[in-house]
Design a protein around this ligand. Structure first.
Ligand code: 4AD
Ligand code: MG
Length: 438
């Protein structure tokens, strides 16, 4: 073996002899030449082994290598004669580490989604999945960078919770030492406590929704980042959400362009994501959707007062090249904690950000009800157990303050950035209505 390097550093070793540790991704060749594509976790490098560069046994062994054999391969780094930024290895040695016991189930031929999902633990090795999850990592990193650099304090929210935040229909119930508990749907209520203590806070962790539907936008378990800011009103929340999304998109373009190219993502569509984003009042949004609905639409007629379905969100965002923010939804279709619009009591000071290209809601948030009496009425109106909200009411009892924030689902964001047909590929091991494994 020569010096072991990750393939991500190969450009620094031109003309040197190095060793890569990895797995055989693909192989083709002739009597005199083998082309071995080796995957080492960082990338895929083509290793060219010519018959006269190695001994006979090594050349013969290379010609028999099965897909996903683990190996050490040694060779001299060369720059690709035509493709800039592409490097190859002229192989001089090969050491097999682990020979597969069976043929690898995922071959270059097409497989059905369920088959791939059953083999998710192996599917992660494929080029596209690798690219998607690297984009995901870049999103997660940009999210943390953004809030850390803007004076937010990270306040981790608990996962076991005594009560619902986002409606009682999507709760996962569990047993907590003889008491019933729920997996968190959102850390928001805890962030409101955090905002009173630290001014600007965020949490970032897994959240759970027992969604009974199978859509391309819903997971049972997803990751959400939730900032919350003291003395921030709805306009402030929209400013923050817009600035934040622009930052995340720009960072992904800066650091993960190569992965987006592997995914054949239209980069210019992402470059268009610049401030300001259109801000559309709910009432105007209803009118725009009604106008955009095709004559033969099978969806029930959209009336003022109803929430938007996925199809409506797509119709609304069609006319724009960047995300849009729809604000002031009817209070009746939103959560108990939303502040009423002082200008129109039927409306809530909430906002949804809808991604372009049919990706629908990526952010939900708004200004919170800070008046104790109004909040109590809302808790009662939603049929929520008041005793579970004792501590939450304290935030209004002791120095109540206007505040707001939002939640962004990481998987929705990644699905849009990568332009994937379904969120299931945006998380390493998705949890869906019919899937708890692998
Ligand atoms: O709109 P939601 O339900 O808002 C909240 O939970 C607020 N408490 C957040 C806050 O204000 N702090 O969810 C926020 C975002 C959605 O816009 C979407 O991106 C994502 O979380 N999301 C889901 N992602 C995947 N699968 C699901 N089942 C999701 N439900 C929500
Ligand atoms: Mg929402």
């Amino acid at each position: 073996m020569a010096q072991v390097i990750p393939s991500s550093e190969i450009s620094k070793h031109v003309d040197e002899e190095v060793t890569l540790q990895g797995w055989l991704y693909n192989r083709r060749g002739s009597k005199k030449l083998h082309f071995l594509e080796v995957r080492d976790g960082f990338g895929i490098i083509q290793c060219v082994m010519s018959k006269n560069a190695v001994d006979e046994a090594t050349f013969a062994a290379a010609g028999e290598l099965a897909q996903e054999t683990s190996l050490h391969i040694t060779g001299t780094v060369t720059a690709h004669p035509k493709k800039e930024g592409v490097y190859e290895l002229k192989a001089t040695g090969l050491e097999v580490v682990g020979v597969p016991t069976d043929p690898y189930p995922i071959t270059p031929k097409e497989h059905g989604v369920e088959f791939l999902m059953d083999h998710r633990h192996l599917w992660l090795r494929s080029k596209r999945q690798h690219a998607v999850l690297r984009v995901r990592h870049a999103v997660v990193r940009a999210v943390r960078e953004y809030f850390d650099e803007h004076d937010f304090t990270l306040i981790d929210a608990p996962i076991f919770t005594p009560n619902a935040v986002e409606g009682t229909s999507t709760l996962f119930e569990t047993e907590y030492h003889g008491q019933s508990a729920y997996l968190t749907q959102s850390g928001q209520l805890y962030m409101e406590a955090g905002a009173a203590a630290f001014g600007k806070v965020y949490c970032f962790g897994p959240t759970f929704r027992a969604e009974k539907s199978k859509t391309r936008r819903h997971l049972q378990e997803f990751w959400m980042v939730e900032p919350e800011v003291a003395f921030m009103d709805l306009d402030g929340v929209m400013d923050l959400a817009e600035d934040f999304v622009c930052y995340v998109v720009a960072r992904v373009l800066e650091t993960r362009r190569a992965d987006l190219e592997i995914l054949e993502r239209d980069i210019s569509a992402l470059e268009a994501v610049q401030k300001p984003f259109p801000r559309i009042h709910y009432t105007d949004a209803v009118a725009q959707i009604q106008k955009a609905r095709p004559e033969d639409s099978e969806a029930p007629p959209l009336e003022w007062g109803s929430d938007f379905g996925g199809e409506d969100e797509t119709l609304l965002s069609q006319g724009y090249d960047r995300p849009v923010m729809v604000h002031r939804y009817p209070a009746a279709v939103k959560a108990f904690y939303m502040k009423r619009d002082p200008g129109d009591d039927r409306l809530a000071l909430g906002v949804d950000m809808l991604a372009p290209e049919g990706y629908g809601e990526i952010i939900g948030g708004g200004q919170r009800e800070s008046d104790l009496e109004v909040l109590d009425a809302a808790i009662a109106h939603h049929g929520l157990p008041p005793e579970a909200f004792g501590w939450y009411r304290d935030l209004r009892r002791f120095g109540t303050f206007p505040h707001g924030g939002f939640g962004m689902g990481i998987e929705r964001m990644v699905a849009w950035l990568c332009k994937l047909p379904h969120v299931r590929e945006t998380i390493p091991f998705p949890r869906m209505l019919n899937r708890l494994s692998p």
